[in-house]
Design a protein around this ligand. Structure first.
Ligand code: PGA
Length: 225
């Protein structure tokens, strides 16, 4: 049976206090019994509290960051580097379309971030909206420790997801280029439509924005996946 990845991308939401409440609202003991890799990607500021709660609850939830510096440690004011993130997390989202658009992230910048992730033992969750962005990411071509999330821009935060059939075809296309790596779908996934995506043969999981912010809704997604 394939392991399903369920990634929560909180974007720029939740204080430390709100993050703790969210975890309290999840039935985390039940998650131990499921064959699912649950990855929560909060803001940097909530990573420490979530890490310590996950350890104290003996939870199998994994943590990810939403971004890393393209550079090593050093004189880069305001940046959080991959070595710092690795103290708290195993994964990092790279190349989300909101960063490509709002922060002018270029393919060169994204490649540097992927390189930093690999160098520091973080697994990149590379977000792409088309196949060209796969070809742009030269570092992932021969690396099996990578996850790709297909996230069409029209589907992000709009309530209008792609069709499961189209998303599955994209997953096939991505695997044809990169081999048998996990491919996720992201964009307007909710409890009511998750199973249509997770049941597709080539989709290994989902990346969830808005619907991950409420613990009950997120738990319903996990259950239905
Ligand atoms: P959404 O966001 O689930 O709110 O559509 C997905 C994403 O941006 O990763």
């Amino acid at each position: 049976m394939k392991k399903t990845f369920i990634v929560a991308n909180w974007k720029s939401n939740k204080t430390e206090y709100e993050a703790k409440n969210w975890l309290d609202g999840l039935k985390i003991k039940d998650l131990l019994l499921m064959n699912k890799e649950i990855i929560v990607c909060p803001s940097f500021t909530a990573l420490p509290i979530l890490k310590s709660l996950i350890i104290s609850h003996k939870s199998n939830i994994k943590l990810g960051a939403q971004n890393i510096s393209p550079f090593d440690e050093g004189a880069y004011t305001g940046e959080v580097n991959a070595k710092q993130v690795k103290e708290f997390a195993d994964y990092v989202i790279i190349g989300h379309s909101e960063r490509r658009k709002n922060f002018s992230e270029s393919k060169e910048m994204i490649n540097l971030k992927i390189e930093q992730a690999f160098k520091n033992g973080l697994i990149p969750i590379l977000c792409i909206s088309d196949l060209k962005q796969i070809h742009d990411s030269k570092f992932i071509t021969h690396n099996s420790s990578v996850i790709v999330a297909y996230e069409p821009i029209f589907a992000i935060g709009t309530g209008t997801p792609d069709t499961p059939e189209n998303a599955d075809q994209m997953a096939i296309n991505i695997k044809n280029i990169l081999g048998q790596i996990p491919v996720l779908y992201g964009g307007s996934v909710i409890p009511a439509n998750i199973s249509a995506f997770s049941e597709m043969p080539n989709i290994d999981g989902v990346l969830i924005g808005g619907a991950s912010l409420d613990a009950k809704e997120f738990y319903a997604i996990i259950q239905n996946a």
